[in-house]
Design a protein around this ligand. Structure first.
Ligand code: F6P
Length: 349
């Protein structure tokens, strides 16, 4: 009987998901495996919603953003009888292997299912936030940084024309990777991230010094997870008002840019405008770098699955595609280390 492999995409969508689906499917079909697409992440295994994937279904999807399989933030551990249902679906569908494409939440579930129930799963590291341990880069990050950098470049010219401070709020959750990379690439004058919280007073001093030195516009990049931090030691996380957390316990972030913009204008007197990039950073076609990375990850994941090397995740170390333990990759978040922030800081003010 033919071997059967399932593919699921979970968590926030991300440019490059379809490139992974295509690569896993192509390699599996080449080896005469049957391929099943799981609808909407872990939800599809809870409800038993799968569909066959063949060459026709994956044709033309390489450059397409989003995911042809759909995605949700469903956590089967938080659904009544969720794990039993997942196990029953795997059994009923006769899946010999499963490729889970996701970030810390989706892959955290995969690691647990493998550890606790021996589910034959391998992982692929996806997230625009780049906050997964065990890999140098996740796919989707390069696209998000490219979009944010282009936005910063555009804001530069309007900031300059109007002598304004432009605050740009970028995504990244509790890691400042997008802010640091796009901020360095776009020549930001101040970059604020959760890991190394520069105070509001200090940020305003940097801007005042810059303007005193003859510049009359500035670009400030702030990561959505940055807590407004004051010299008194007070810190405020700005999150979506009173909205419930998701099934993984995450608050909906967003809004720090507006709060920061008001503070800057009041404290410095410089006219300030705020741009929140939001989901634009996640939409649309992946960059060539992300297409290539996603493709290499997909082939590696298929190889791991076909070789029966479960509980592993495809990863990038330097320029090599390797595999690491899913459990270790999901144990801690990969945040921005001080030396990366120092590179950004060298151009403040
Ligand atoms: O994890 C990816 C991400 O885009 C984060 O940067 C952001 O905080 C979150 O997802 C937004 O989630 P949602 O799409 O549910 O609004």
């Amino acid at each position: 009987m033919a071997q059967r492999i399932g593919i699921l995409t979970g968590g926030g969508d991300c440019p490059g998901l379809n490139a992974v689906i295509r690569a896993v499917t192509r390699r599996s079909l080449d080896r005469d495996w049957e391929v099943a697409g799981v609808r909407e992440g872990w939800r599809g295994l809870v409800t038993g919603s799968l569909e066959p994937l063949g060459r026709r279904e994956i044709s033309g999807i390489l450059p397409r953003g989003g995911t042809i399989l759909g995605t949700t933030r469903t956590n089967p551990y938080k659904v009544d009888g969720g794990i039993e249902k997942v196990l029953a679906t795997l059994e009923r569908e006769g899946l010999d292997a499963l490729v889970a494409i996701g970030g810390e939440d989706t892959l955290g579930v995969a690691a647990r299912l493998h550890g606790e129930h021996g589910v034959p799963v391998v992982g692929v590291p996806k997230t625009i936030d780049n906050d997964l341990s065990g890999t140098d880069y996740t796919f989707g990050f390069d696209t998000a940084v490219t979009i944010a950098t282009e936005a910063i470049d555009r804001l530069h010219t309007t900031a300059e024309s109007h002598n304004r401070v432009m605050v740009v709020e970028v995504m990244g959750r509790h890691a400042g990777w997008i802010a640091v990379h796009s901020g360095i690439a776009g020549g930001a004058d101040v970059i604020l991230i959760p890991e190394h919280p520069v105070s509001v007073e200090d940020a305003c001093r940097q801007l005042a010094q810059r303007h005193a030195g003859g510049k009359d516009f500035s670009i400030v990049v702030v990561s959505e997870g940055y807590e407004l931090t004051y010299e008194t030691g007070e810190r405020k996380l700005v999150a979506g008002e009173a909205r419930a957390t998701d099934q993984f316990g995450h608050v909906v972030l967003g809004g720090v840019g507006d709060a920061l913009g008001r503070e800057i204008e009041e404290r410095t007197g410089f006219e300030t405008r705020v741009t929140v990039l939001g989901h634009v950073q996640r939409g649309g076609t992946p960059t060539p770098r992300d297409r290539v990375l996603a493709t290499r990850y997909g082939l590696k994941a298929a190889d791991l699955a076909h070789e029966g090397r479960f509980g592993r995740m495809a990863a990038l170390h330097g320029d090599a595609i390797v595999d690491v333990s899913l459990e270790e990759a999901t144990a801690t978040l990969k945040t921005v280390p001080p030396d990366w922030y120092d590179t950004a800081r060298a151009f403040f003010g």
